[in-house]
Design a protein around this ligand. Structure first.
Ligand SMILES: C[S@@+](CC[C@H](N)C(=O)[O-])C[C@H]1O[C@@H](n2cnc3c(N)ncnc32)[C@H](O)[C@@H]1O
Length: 269
C-alpha cells in the first residue's frame, strides 16, 4: 500500500515549478497565479476565499492549517486578515515547497511551516484560536485522535473549521483515482452522520454545517472545460499529482454527479 506522503511526493516537479514561476513572475506570483498548484481541493481559490472570511468573522489571531499541502489557503487568508499563520503537513516535500512559495510570493504575515502528523500535533495546549482542515481529514484514518488533538490545542473559545469531502448516499459508486488517493487504501471518507457522531463524542459542538457540493460540481465542470480549451497555465496540478491528474479530475466530477461524495463546510467549537 502506498503511504500518504509517497502519494503526494512521487510526481512532484519542484525544480521545474520554481524555474517556471521565477521566469514568468520576476516580482513574485500572486495567489491566483499559484492557484493551479496550491489549491489542491475541490472548489479552488473561491472556496479558500470563503473560508478566509470566517477568520475575520472570528477575529482569529493564531491560525493553524492541518494538512496544508502547498499552503495556498493561508496565503489567501493572510491577504484578507492579519494573524500568525502556521501550516502543518505530513508530506515534508510539500512543506518545503510551501516555504519556498511563501518566500517567492512575499507574504506579509508571520508564517511558519511545520512537517508533522495531524493525529499527534506538536503544539502545546491552547496554542491556537482557529484551526482549519481543508481536504486533509479525508486522508486520516484516526479521526477521533485528530479531533481530540484539535480540542487540546484550541483556546476555550476557539473554532475548528472543516472543508472536507464526505461519503454521499451512493458511496458504492466511488471511482478512483481521485486527487487524494490513487486507490481506496488512502481514502478515509466518512458520512455526515458519522462526522456528527464523532464530533459530539469528543464533546465538541457543531455551530453550522453547509453543503458546498453544488458549487463544487460547477467549479469542477469549469475546470474540465478550461483544460479542454485554454493554453496550459505556467504551472499545472499535474506537476504535483502527476499524469493521472486529468483522470482524477474527471472522476471527482463523476463522483459529485453520482452523489458518491459530498463537500461540506463544518464550523465546530
Ligand atoms: C488533498 S491534499 C489538500 C492540501 C491542501 N489542504 C489544499 O487544499 O490544497 C491533503 C493534504 O493532507 C496531508 N495529510 C494527509 N494526512 C496527513 C496527516 N496525518 N497529518 C498531516 N497532514 C496530512 C497531505 O500530505 C496533503 O498535503
Amino acid at each position: 500500500m502506498p503511504s500518504v506522503d509517497k502519494h503526494y511526493s512521487q510526481s512532484l516537479q519542484l525544480d521545474e515549478i520554481l524555474k517556471r514561476l521565477n521566469e514568468a513572475y520576476p516580482d513574485g506570483p500572486n495567489v491566483y497565479q499559484l492557484a493551479p498548484i496550491d489549491q489542491l481541493h475541490i472548489g479552488g481559490i473561491k472556496a479558500s476565499e470563503k473560508l478566509a472570511k470566517r477568520l475575520s468573522e472570528f477575529k482569529a489571531s493564531k491560525v493553524l492549517d492541518i494538512g496544508s499541502g502547498l499552503g495556498g489557503l493561508l496565503r489567501v487568508c493572510s491577504q484578507q486578515h492579519q494573524a500568525i499563520y502556521v501550516s502543518l503537513d505530513i508530506t515534508h516535500e510539500l512543506s518545503c515547497i510551501n516555504q519556498q512559495l511563501n518566500k517567492l510570493s512575499k507574504t506579509n504575515c508571520p508564517s511558519m511551516v511545520v512537517t508533522g502528523n495531524g493525529q499527534q500535533l506538536p503544539f502545546p495546549d491552547q496554542s491556537f484560536d482557529l484551526i482549519i482542515m481543508q481536504h486533509s481529514l479525508l486522508n486520516m484514518p484516526d479521526k477521533r485522535a485528530v479531533l481530540n488533538e484539535c480540542k487540546r490545542i484550541l483556546s476555550p473559545d476557539g473554532h475548528l473549521i472543516l472543508h472536507e469531502v464526505l461519503t454521499g448516499k451512493n458511496s458504492d459508486e466511488m471511482l478512483f483515482p481521485v486527487p487524494w488517493a490513487s486507490t481506496s487504501d488512502l481514502s478515509h471518507l466518512i458520512s455526515s452522520a458519522e462526522i456528527r457522531a464523532l464530533i459530539s463524542s469528543v464533546s465538541m459542538k457543531i455551530q453550522s454545517m453547509q453543503d458546498w457540493s453544488a458549487e463544487a460540481l460547477s467549479w469542477r465542470a469549469r475546470q474540465t472545460s478550461k483544460q479542454q480549451t485554454l493554453h496550459a497555465p505556467v504551472v499545472t496540478p499535474g506537476m504535483i499529482l502527476g499524469s493521472d491528474f486529468a483522470l482524477m479530475g474527471k472522476n471527482v466530477q463523476s463522483n459529485l454527479e453520482n452523489r458518491a461524495i459530498e463537500i461540506v463546510e463544518v464550523v465546530i467549537s
